[in-house]
Design a protein around this ligand. Structure first.
Ligand SMILES: [Zn+2]
Ligand SMILES: [Zn+2]
Length: 102
């Protein structure tokens, strides 16, 4: 009987990285290979019972950019970090710079 699982990492920009729980890098020294930002959010998912327990679904903030000529994805999508997504509908133009009350 052993623990199985993986970790969902978001850099501060919102790029998603998945690491096996036994293979996760050091948070202190990690930086995103897309943008160089440090980690902003880590979520551990427990798969011991064949179910991904605790898996988080992140909301896409910017879809993956695509090449203008061949439509191939040329970069990763960007996700909202939990807590950073504005509550208001995207239409309302008051983009206050995220002072979050907890
Ligand atoms: Zn990044
Ligand atoms: Zn192309």
């Amino acid at each position: 009987m052993s623990y199985e699982g993986y970790e969902q990492w978001l850099c501060r920009t919102g790029h998603l990285h998945i690491y096996d729980c036994y293979d996760a890098p050091d948070m202190e020294t990690w930086s995103c290979h897309h943008c160089g930002e440090p980690v902003g959010h880590v979520n551990a998912v427990d798969c011991t019972n064949e179910e991904a327990e605790g898996e988080q679904e992140f909301v896409i903030r910017q879809p993956a950019p695509r090449c203008g000529c061949c439509d191939q994805p040329i970069g990763p999508p960007v996700y909202w970090l939990p807590g950073e997504q504005p509550r208001e509908s995207p239409g309302s133009s008051q983009s206050s710079h995220g002072t979050l009350l907890t």
